[in-house]
Design a protein around this ligand. Structure first.
Ligand code: ME8
Length: 649
């Protein structure tokens, strides 16, 4: 009988800068799921790759004085190096500059045109260059900026092809609301409200203002919109509309597309619409995770050096990094990265938890039995509970893996690690070891521990593929005992198992010393100008006189209270002490600041702005913030000793 298949994909990354720890999360998470499914006996296809076209790449290559292809070749090598370092077991790597993909996208575009879903029109609208996205007026944020990155958008007008989305609106709404396509499901309503209810607008799918893209075969001055090109990768990589591969029938529809929230809309709406228009089956699940943030901002290329995965990996091992980022990230929510949290997590879970369990157990088997357990046994108190928990673990992990809840799968595994450590304390083998008549009981205790470690490390091996073989070796688990099937059973190690003491697999880290060291490294590796995402300052507004400026009253004020505005993702409502009796201001910064980040801080406000109501809440002024490189806004905090009400001039 043919094996069941499992097809999982990461997004294809933009090689417009170097890969960073944010990219690592999705790739490591998909790798772990792919490995888990392989262990379960599935025929797995794990796809990753790079999304190499678009204006941003064209511009970066031009700045670097090389061709776009030379530019992406160099960056792709860096992505591949990182994936090899992180022990990523992808089955296929797609580059959108690969010939077969280019031709297949051209065919897909032509097919949609012939079917009448793509038509020629004229585009007048708003274009966000950093996001390479077109937006309609109604989609812009409250400041008239890009709803994704909140940077300024440009008026654009040109002949263009459009993809008719409206015929699929009803089906997409049902897909989002009535099926378990989207994970977590609570995001579905927000998508429906923001994009489908206002009327699903036709999507502009070609560009004429730059060349670095896939030409439309029947109208060569147009290149295919980068998202149509990119999304198609999930099927072209299997051989859809090309002869390079012949796996489409076998693996499509995908079991899981995993992406971060910034590109949820493309995968939840545009991608299903494309597949519906092509009359192809829809993927089964879209798992959307949050961002790894650093100091409250999305981790991005410009912050990459601060937490360079190579530097961290060299210090603590690739598996410790894999473990930490997967353990921290809950499906759907952001996870804030800090070296301190990471080191504490490595110490508590890996060094004190698993590492200690393995080294104590192996050391005792060595000490009391010369490394080989005798066959005599004596059951005792606490055994049943440990054995029951260890035996039940596989089913629990399976459940979380199937729901793409990796952090919860890991949490279950580490509950059993803690249970086993507690079992050592309960059974006190060092006391048993002193009494010749308790040898059979001691052998049972150590056997139960070794077999629990076998189950734990087998289930952990897809997540930590480099270090678990070291555990197998130390506990004397040979290949025959290490399998998914055996991970569901207790008593698999031979009765007279022989352990092998070895290196400490997870050494304890001295937190203070390590943080100092890392700070030194960060100092040397402070983001360099050429590593940064190019930040294009928006064009200057028309000149004003000093008298015009004098009309704007900017004041220092202190945040006394702050809360999210109900029914709005973006707005915070702040109560300010402005030195003049206080006021309420509503600000569109909820995506980047939590209320507690702001309470007590002094900020700058435009104090004489005409009051408005935002989402029904009155706002008397505006908080000053500046666009940051990551597409968000950073509040401008003045010198905190300035008095409330001080005038800025
Ligand atoms: O969007 N935290 O590519 P991209 C967590 N080419 N994940 C992060 C992250 C962070 N701070 N930063 C990036 C694109 N990611 C398109 C995709 S797919 C058809 C085309 C991860 O290089 C996350 O998976 O900007 C996110 O979805 C992806 O990188 C975006 O990578």
């Amino acid at each position: 009988m043919d094996k069941k298949t499992f097809y999982i994909t990461t997004p294809i990354y933009y090689p417009s800068g170097n890969p960073h720890i944010g990219h690592c999360y999705t790739t490591v998470a998909c790798d772990s799921l792919a490995r888990y499914k392989r262990m379960q006996g599935y025929d797995v296809m794990f796809l990753t790759g790079t999304d190499e076209h678009g204006q941003k790449i064209e511009e970066k290559a031009k700045d670097a004085g090389i061709t776009p292809k030379e530019y992406v070749d160099e960056k792709v090598a860096k992505f591949k190096k990182l994936w090899s370092y992180m022990n990523i077991s992808y089955d296929r790597y797609i580059r959108t500059t690969d010939d077969y993909h280019v031709k297949a996208v051209q065919t897909i575009f032509s097919r949609l045109y012939e079917k009448g879903y793509i038509y020629k029109g004229e585009y007048t609208g708003k274009y966000c260059t950093p996001c390479e996205s077109f937006w309609t007026e109604s989609q812009l944020d409250e400041n008239g900026c890009c709803p994704e990155c909140h940077r300024e958008v440009k008026e654009a007008k040109e002949e263009a092809y459009f993809f008719k989305m409206s015929p699929f609106a009803e089906r997409i709404e049902r897909l989002l609301l009535d099926t378990d396509y989207l994970r977590p499901k609570y995001r579905a309503q927000e998508l429906v409200n923001n994009f489908i209810k206002p009327g699903l607008e036709d999507l502009c799918v070609s560009r004429t203002s730059f060349k670095w893209g896939i030409p439309v075969t029947f109208d060569e001055k147009h290149v295919v919109y980068v998202w149509i090109d990119a999304l198609s990768n999930y099927i072209t990589a299997l051989g859809f509309e090309n002869d390079a591969y012949d796996d489409y029938k076998k693996y499509w529809p995908a079991d899981v597309h995993m992406v971060a929230k910034d590109i949820m809309r493309f995968h939840a709406i545009i991608w299903p619409a494309m597949l519906m228009a092509l009359d192809e089956p829809l993927p089964k699940h879209l798992a959307v995770h949050g961002w790894i943030t650093f100091n409250g901002q999305k981790m991005s290329k410009s912050l990459g050096n601060v937490v360079d995965p190579f530097i961290l990996g060299e210090r603590y091992g690739a598996d410790a990094i894999r473990y930490h980022i997967m353990r921290e990230m809950a499906l759907g929510a952001d996870s804030s990265f800090s070296n301190e949290i990471m080191i504490n997590r490595i110490n508590s879970d890996l060094a004190n938890g698993l590492g200690n369990l393995v080294s104590r157990t192996v050391a005792m088997a060595d000490k009391y039995f010369g490394g080989t357990l005798p066959a005599e046994r004596e059951a005792g108190e606490f055994d049943d509970e440990l054995i029951a928990e260890a035996t039940a673990l596989r089913a629990k992990v399976d459940g979380f893996v199937d729901e793409t809840q990796i952090n919860n799968a890991l949490a279950e595994i580490f509950k059993v690690v803690s249970r086993a450590n507690k079992y050592i304390d309960e059974t006190a083998p060092w006391v048993l070891g002193k009494d010749e008549s308790k040898k059979a009981r001691l052998a049972s205790v150590l056997y139960n521990l070794l077999d629990t470690i076998r189950i734990v490390s087998t289930l952990l091996s897809p997540f930590m593929p480099t270090d678990m073989p070291k555990v197998f070796e130390q506990i004397g688990a040979d290949e025959g005992t290490i399998s998914y099937e055996n991970a569901g059973k207790f008593g698999v190690l031979p009765a007279n198992v022989t352990v092998h003491r070895g290196e400490i697999i997870f050494p304890r880290i001295d937190v203070d010393k390590e943080i100092d060291e890392l700070n030194k490294i960060i100092g040397d590796n402070a983001p360099k100008a050429d590593d940064n995402d190019a930040f294009t300052p928006p064009g200057l507004l028309p000149e004003i006189t000093i008298d015009d400026f004098a009309k704007i009253d900017i004041r220092v004020a202190q945040v006394k209270e702050c809360e999210k505005v109900k029914k709005s993702k973006k707005l915070l409502c702040l109560q300010l002490d402005d030195g003049m009796g206080g006021r309420q201001v509503v600000s569109g910064i909820a995506e980047w600041y939590k209320p507690e980040d702001l309470i007590g801080k002094k900020v700058m406000i435009i104090a004489n702005l005409k009051p408005v109501k935002l989402c029904g809440v009155e706002s008397n002024g505006m908080i000053c913030a500046a666009d940051n490189k990551d597409g968000g806004a950073t509040v401008i905090f003045p010198d905190q000793s300035l008095p409330n009400g001080a005038k800025v001039r």
